[in-house]
Design a protein around this ligand. Structure first.
Ligand code: VG1
Ligand code: CO
Length: 542
C-alpha cells in the first residue's frame, strides 16, 4: 500500500517566522506540499509508531493537505494521527493536544492572519513534542532536506472521513478524529475563575467577540456562550470559512475596524475582542479604550495572580525585542526575570520549558503562557475577563491605573507592505552599514545612544541568532526598531516599531501618533524609508 514517489526539489521552501507560507497556487504545484511534509519527516528522528497531531485553521486547501499529511504519516511509519474534526484545530489547541497526549509532534496547516482563498495564502508548520514551533535548528534542517529531496512516501488509502469523530484504521495506522474544542475548553476552565466571569455576565457585563470567520469561532461559542453564559450573539462571525468571508483574519485596528468603531461608540459593550486565522493572536479593546498588545502583556502579567492558574505568581516574563518595555517595568516590580527574544514564538520555547518564564508576549498581538507552547488568543481574552471580574473594574480603569503606576510606553508599528524586495534589502543594507556611526549623533533634537542589529543568545541552549532587527536607541529610552517581515508571501514588508516612555501621568492621554511624531520623522531621517520605498505613508499603522 505504500508508494515511493519520485520528486524534484523546490528551491523556495525555507520556513519563515512561523512555518512555510506561500500563495495557494504555489502549494498546488505538483508535489509541493508533499515535498515539504516529507522534508519535515526526514528531519525528524524516532517517530516510528508514535502519534502525530494534524489540524488547521480551516482555510482553503486545508482539507486536501490534511488528507495528504495523513497518508504520508502512515507511509512514514507513524503509529497514529490525531486529527481535529473537520480539519480544525486552532494553533494553541493543537499545542495543547500535543502536550496532553504526549504525541511526537504536530503539523498545523495555517497562514495565520494572512487572507485565505484560491489565490490567497496557505501555510504548513511543524510543532515539536513540547507543543511549540520547531526551533531554528529544526527549521534549518527541514530547509536543507527540501533542497535535496528526491522522493516521498505516501500510503494508498482512500480519503479519510475527517468530519466524523471516532477512530479508524488506515494504512496500518490509527486515525483518531477528535473534538477540536473539548480538551482546550477544559484547559481554560482549569486556569481561570469561570465562576467569577460567569457571575459578571449574569449581572450584565456585555462583551463582543469577533472570530473573523476564522478558527476560534467554535472555541469562543463553547467557552464564552455555553460555559460562561454570555448571551447568545456575543460571538460574531463565528463560522470558520475557507476564505474568512473575503477578509483578512487579522485582529488589528485596520481589519477589525468595525469592532474598534463599535467599542468607541455611544452604546459600546464593556469589552471587545477578536482573534486571528489560527487563533493565536488577540485584539483587546475596552469600552472607549484600545489596549496595545505590548501594554496588554504587561497588564496581564501584573494581574495574573488574580486567576487561579497563576495564583502562585510568575517565574519570569519574556517579550520579543520589538515589543515595548512596558512588561520590563512589571517584571522589575515583581522581582522576576525579564527576557528579550527575537520575533517569533519559537524563541520562547526554551524559556518556558526551563521554567524561566511564565508569560510571554509579542507586539503583534500574541500573548501566552506556559499552559501551552504557542501564543493563545482566547487565553488572553479569558485572562482579561478574569481580571475584570475579580477587580470589578472596567478595562479603562485597569489601563489608566497601570499607566499611573508604571508610566506609559507610547507604542506604534508602521508596516510598509509589498515593497519590492530589492528596494527593501537596499534600505536594510544601507542602514546596517551606518549603524556604527550613529551613536552620539542627533536627529530631530534627540541624541542616539546606541544602534545595533539585535542578536539573541539563548540562555538555555546557548544558540545564537543574529540579524534579528535593527535597533536605534535614543537617550532617555525612546527607540526605533526596523526589521523585515518573515511571514509575507509577496514582496517584502518593512516593519518599523516606535516607542517612547512617558512617566508623567498628566501626559498619558495623548494621541499615540502625535506622541510619537518626532520619532516617526527621525526613523525616516535615519533609514530613508520614503526615498527607498517610494511610499509617503505606511500601508498599516497599528
Ligand atoms: C509576524 C509577527 C510576529 C509573529 C509572527 C507569526 O512575523 O511580527 O511577532 O510571531 O507574525 O504570527 P513577521 O516576521 O511577519 O514580523 V502568526 O499569528 O501570523 O502565526
Ligand atoms: Co496566528
Amino acid at each position: 500500500m505504500i508508494r515511493t514517489v519520485a520528486t524534484k526539489p523546490y528551491p523556495d521552501q525555507k520556513p519563515g517566522t512561523s512555518g512555510l507560507r506561500k500563495k495557494v497556487p504555489v502549494f498546488q504545484q505538483e508535489h509541493y506540499a508533499e515535498n515539504f511534509i516529507q522534508s519535515i519527516f526526514d528531519a525528524l528522528e524516532g517517530f516510528k509508531g508514535r502519534a502525530l497531531v494534524i489540524g488547521g485553521d480551516g482555510r482553503f486547501y486545508n482539507r486536501e493537505v490534511i488528507q495528504k499529511a495523513i497518508a504520508m504519516a502512515a507511509a512514514n511509519g507513524f503509529g497514529k494521527v490525531m486529527v481535529g474534526q473537520g480539519g480544525i484545530l486552532s494553533t494553541p489547541a493543537a499545542s495543547h493536544v500535543i502536550r496532553k497526549y504526549q504525541t511526537f509532534g504536530g503539523i498545523i496547516l495555517s497562514a495565520s492572519h494572512n487572507p485565505g482563498g484560491p489565490h490567497e495564502d496557505f501555510g504548513i508548520k511543524y510543532n515539536a513534542g513540547n507543543g511549540g514551533p520547531a526551533p531554528e535548528k529544526l527549521t534549518d534542517a527541514i530547509f536543507e532536506k527540501t533542497k535535496a529531496i528526491s522522493s516521498f512516501k505516501i500510503a494508498d488509502i482512500g480519503p479519510i472521513d475527517i468530519d466524523k469523530i471516532g477512530t479508524v484504521k488506515a494504512g496500518g495506522m490509527t486515525v483518531e478524529i477528535i473534538d477540536p474544542v473539548a480538551d482546550y475548553a477544559e484547559l481554560m476552565e482549569s486556569l481561570f475563575d469561570f465562576d467569577a466571569i460567569r457571575a459578571n455576565f449574569k449581572y450584565g457585563f456585555r462583551m463582543r467577540f469577533d472570530a473573523m470567520h476564522a478558527v476560534t469561532g467554535p472555541y469562543a461559542k463553547e467557552i464564552l456562550e455555553r460555559r460562561l453564559g454570555a448571551p447568545n450573539g456575543t460571538c460574531r462571525n463565528f463560522k470558520p470559512l475557507p476564505d474568512f468571508g473575503g477578509h483578512h483574519p487579522d485582529p488589528n485596528l485596520v481589519h477589525a475596524k468595525h469592532l474598534y468603531d463599535e467599542m468607541m461608540g455611544p452604546d459600546a459593550p464593556d469589552f471587545g475582542a477578536a482573534s486571528d486565522g489560527d487563533g493565536d493572536r488577540n485584539l483587546i479593546i475596552g469600552k472607549g479604550i484600545f489596549v496595545t498588545p505590548s501594554d496588554s502583556v504587561a497588564m496581564l502579567a501584573a494581574n495574573a495572580h488574580l486567576a487561579p492558574g497563576y495564583k502562585e505568581g510568575l517565574k519570569g516574563i519574556a517579550r520579543s525585542m520589538p515589543t515595548s518595555g512596558a512588561a520590563d517595568r512589571v517584571a522589575e516590580k515583581l522581582g522576576i526575570g525579564i527576557f528579550e527574544t527575537p520575533t517569533g514564538w519559537k524563541f520562547f520555547g526554551n524559556l518556558l520549558d526551563a521554567g524561566m518564564a511564565t508569560i510571554c508576549g509579542e507586539e503583534s498581538a500574541g500573548t501566552g503562557s506556559n499552559h501551552v507552547r504557542e501564543k493563545d488568543g482566547l487565553w488572553a481574552v479569558l485572562l482579561w475577563l478574569n481580571i475584570l471580574a475579580v477587580r470589578g473594574e472596567s478595562a479603562k480603569q485597569v489601563v489608566t491605573e497601570h499607566w499611573a503606576t508604571y508610566g506609559r510606553n507610547y507604542y506604534s508599528r508602521h508596516d510598509y507592505e509589498e515593497v519590492e524586495t530589492e528596494r527593501a534589502n537596499a534600505l536594510v543594507d544601507e542602514l546596517r552599514a551606518k549603524l556604527g556611526s550613529l551613536p552620539g549623533t542627533s536627529v530631530r533634537g534627540m541624541t542616539i545612544a546606541s544602534a545595533d542589529d539585535f542578536a539573541y543568545h539563548d540562555p538555555v541552549d546557548g544558540s545564537v541568532s543574529k540579524n534579528q532587527g535593527i535597533r536605534v536607541l535614543f537617550e532617555g529610552g525612546s527607540r526605533v526598531v526596523l526589521r523585515l517581515s518573515g511571514t509575507g508571501t509577496s514582496g517584502a514588508t518593512i516593519r518599523v516599531y516606535i516607542e517612547r516612555y512617558e512617566p508623567d501621568k498628566s501626559r498619558h492621554d495623548l494621541d499615540t501618533q502625535v506622541a510619537l511624531a518626532d520619532l516617526i520623522a527621525a526613523a525616516d531621517d535615519i533609514a530613508g524609508i520614503k526615498s527607498h520605498t517610494g511610499r509617503n505613508k505606511p500601508s498599516v499603522i497599528t
